[in-house]
Design a protein around this ligand. Structure first.
Ligand SMILES: Cc1cc2nc3c(=O)[nH]c(=O)nc-3n(C[C@H](O)[C@H](O)[C@H](O)COP(=O)(O)OP(=O)(O)OC[C@H]3O[C@@H](n4cnc5c(N)ncnc54)[C@H](O)[C@@H]3O)c2cc1C
Length: 344
């Protein structure tokens, strides 16, 4: 049974071409959308499926009542010329801006200098805005978890977690974190062997809103001591709604150790660690919530980048093919688009 598309990011459902899109991309994160845009720009018909309710993936912006948080990626840098140009385009379009803030290193009680190079950029008014921009006009279908790719008569049939048929495609790209890519690539053992080399660490995030600004001499900090790794005044990023909101990330050891716990049960411990790290007796928060990123950051990336098997019409891309960064995800998508175009 062919499923009607669910909520979609701006395609014309009366367009008969969508019934015969030749390329399906699983994953509407930075890698999948950069790929989709590049392929569509070269005249290919593409449809993107994502299990989420909107674009973003690990660059999502999450709402907790009236409060919005960048609870995954905190910022992005642009080291290569192509991504720099892309970021400049987003800044010109008003969907990204440089995040100029007081960045520090926190080590025990000591406040040290910013240990990493900038400039740093964020989506405006939320991190996911750059992905909205990237996905504009593309056929992106949400609330659809692809659970299987089945080879049938030289095409790939996509099946949803509910067992529905999502269509048959000449080409499929899996643009999801490596552990989630493995079951989808099951019919291509050579690809599975390569993807299995990638490893991820989890991250538990704590999202906090306060009535008044916290009086600290910084806006974001790389934290040297477990259980925390990072904390930032999310409301201080450019173009955010007024308020005092913080995002706190636990480090990989703590997050791994507590991966199967209810993340909300970890809030008292993380709240206490936050106060201790910034040296403040914290006031009761207006809101407090937690999020578990099961596959947050690749800790081991592939040495040979994204891959395309032209014979099978199957490939993969994602940050884990290059580096644990937004820019790497973007570049992996563009690299795969070149491989696909070169294969005809
Ligand atoms: C806590 C955290 C902090 C980070 N901080 C930074 C930072 O400060 N700077 C930086 O550069 N990077 C940071 N990153 C990394 C950055 O977010 C990633 O490198 C980048 O977003 C990866 O993009 P992607 O497209 O490869 O994957 P993703 O963003 O993971 O996109 C994959 C998409 O696939 C979808 N999906 C998965 N499985 C299925 C399925 N079966 N069917 C349908 N859809 C599916 C998901 O919903 C998701 O939308 C951080 C990440 C996390 C989690």
């Amino acid at each position: 049974m062919a499923m009607p598309p669910r909520r979609s990011a701006g395609h014309d459902e009366s367009d008969p071409q969508h019934a015969s899109a030749e390329t399906a991309i699983v994953g509407a994160g930075m890698a999948g959308l950069a790929l989709a845009r590049a392929l569509a720009g070269n005249g290919r018909r593409v449809v993107v499926f994502d299990k989420g309710r909107g674009v973003g993936g690990r660059m999502s912006t999450r709402r907790d009542g009236p409060h919005a948080f960048d609870h995954g990626a905190q910022y992005f840098t642009a080291r290569g010329p192509r991504f720099r140009e892309q970021v400049q385009g987003w800044c010109d379009a008003g969907v990204a801006a440089e995040w100029r803030a007081r960045f520090v290193a926190l080590d025990g009680g000591r406040v040290g200098a910013d240990p990493r190079p900038g400039p740093r950029f964020v989506g405006v008014p939320g991190m996911n805005e750059v992905l909205r921009e990237l996905g504009r006009g593309l056929d992106v279908r949400f609330d659809l978890r692809v659970s299987a790719l089945v080879r049938h008569e030289a095409r790939w049939r996509l099946r949803s977690a509910e067992g529905d048929e999502l269509g048959a495609f000449a080409r499929v790209v899996v643009a999801v974190p490596a552990p989630q890519a493995l079951p989808l690539l099951a019919q291509a053992p050579a690809l599975v062997r390569r993807v299995a080399a990638a490893e991820f660490a989890p991250c538990i995030a704590m999202l906090l809103a306060f009535e008044r600004p916290l009086e600290v001499p910084f806006d974001a900090a790389f934290v040297a001591h477990p259980p925390l790794r990072w904390l930032a005044r999310d409301s201080g990023k450019p173009g955010r709604a007024p308020g005092e909101r913080w995002v706190v990330h636990a480090g990989p050891e703590f997050s791994t150790q507590h991966l199967e716990d209810d993340p909300r049960a970890l809030l008292p411990e993380l709240f206490e660690a936050f106060g201790a790290a910034i040296g403040l007796e914290l006031p009761p928060p207006l809101s407090i919530d937690a999020h578990r990123w099961r596959h947050a950051l690749p800790t081991r990336v592939l040495s040979d980048g994204p891959a395309w098997d032209a014979g099978l019409g199957l490939g993969y891309c994602g940050d884990w093919c290059r580096d644990a960064r937004v820019e790497a995800a973007h570049e992996s998508g563009l690299e795969l688009a070149r491989l696909i175009d070169a294969s005809g």
